[in-house]
Design a protein around this ligand. Structure first.
Ligand SMILES: [Zn+2]
Length: 345
């Protein structure tokens, strides 16, 4: 028997190599094919052979890309790709290849034995995300390249901590570096619709650091690079609106219409978290953001010149539901230290 699996329905399933073959989801295969598109497929034996290039748990779509280099398999990680026509796909690939080749955005990978060649799929998950976010404003990628950013990935917790990594991932503004355990690049992709994205969150902080560098500021102000006058004015209105709503809850005077902040108290602790937290939510729950805090949604849409609802049919609802549960629980939100682009009350 030679089973044929469809990538569309299996893309999110975790893969693992065993002596007897490769396990995709719950089933182990030693023969068969995975259909990527109408005209492209890949044999299970090729996936088994390709496993050694990046032998860590990942969703099937990742291993398929690592082996086949078919752009379609990246549609699982960057759903924007699914709505692109042939010309646009070629353009996406050109921009991705340009970032892969130029090396302006340095990516490193450290294992227990020291520095290691970065597996292609890891480089592509970082750089493809950047291409996807700034699909509508490629000049921001050019600006980012000029600031020499870096992304340091680690195979295990010990290597991450030994290098100075803290929390679940971090961005060091003075080194202009994101640090992340490599497994977290794949986290959030074991479901058909992408969920949590530690990289997107840290990349939000990196945008703040990019703005700081380009404008030669002494520290981060919770802004993104190359914001135009309209972006800034929308941003100030949105921040003001959200902090007012948050402070009302903080002072136990919830708005009479019951409106609650979209973000968790975590994102109100300072200007950097406000940016990074909402930036991640914009890509993961754009439908809820557009409905509940349209001012915030408009500022991001305008800034990136793109509406994620066009390619994301459903939100990941985890953040929105968790945050709503927090405010409804009656717990005391914590004091905000946000100070830029808002008028204190
Ligand atoms: Zn953060």
């Amino acid at each position: 028997m030679h089973p044929t699996l469809d990538l569309t329905t299996h893309a999110h399933m975790p893969v693992r190599l065993h002596d007897s073959g490769i396990t995709i989801g719950q089933t182990t295969y030693d023969t068969g094919t995975v259909r990527i598109t109408d005209s492209a497929s890949i044999a299970i034996s090729q996936l088994v052979a390709g496993w050694s290039m990046c032998p860590i748990r990942m969703p099937l779509a990742g291993l398929v890309f690592q082996v086949s280099k078919e752009l379609t398999s990246l549609g699982h990680f960057f759903p924007l790709i699914r709505i692109l026509d042939d010309t646009q796909r070629t353009e996406f690939r050109t921009r991705l290849n340009s970032l892969l080749q130029c090396g302006d955005i340095t990516i490193s990978y450290t294992t227990a034995t020291g520095p290691h060649t970065v597996p292609l799929i890891m480089r592509v998950l970082v750089l493809g995300q950047i291409v996807s976010c700034f699909w509508g404003r490629p000049e921001i990628i050019e600006a980012l390249r000029r600031t020499s950013p870096s992304v340091a990935l680690f195979a295990d917790r010990q290597s991450y901590e030994r290098a100075g990594g803290v929390g679940g991932g971090c961005y060091l503004p003075h080194e202009h570096r994101i640090m992340l355990e490599a497994s977290r690049l794949f986290e959030g992709f074991y479901t058909p619709i992408p969920n949590v994205s530690p990289f997107l969150h840290e990349f939000g902080h990196m945008l703040d650091g990019t703005h700081m560098r380009l404008e030669r500021l002494p520290h981060c102000y919770g802004r993104m690079p190359l914001m135009r006058a309209t972006d800034v004015s929308l941003w100030q209105k949105a921040k003001q609106c959200e902090i007012q709503c948050y402070n009302a809850w903080y002072h136990k005077r919830p708005p009479v219409n019951g409106q609650m902040p979209l973000g968790h108290p975590y994102v109100f602790q300072n200007d950097g978290e406000f940016l990074a937290g909402h930036w991640e939510m914009f890509w993961r729950n754009p439908h809820a953001m557009a409905q509940l805090t349209s001012h915030l949604f408009d500022v991001f849409c305008n800034y990136v010149n793109q509406d994620p609802r066009e390619w994301l049919s459903h939100d990941y609802t985890g953040y929105v539901e968790g945050n709503r549960a927090f405010y409804q629980s009656g717990q005391q939100p914590w004091a905000s230290a946000m100070r830029y682009d808002i008028t204190p009350d």
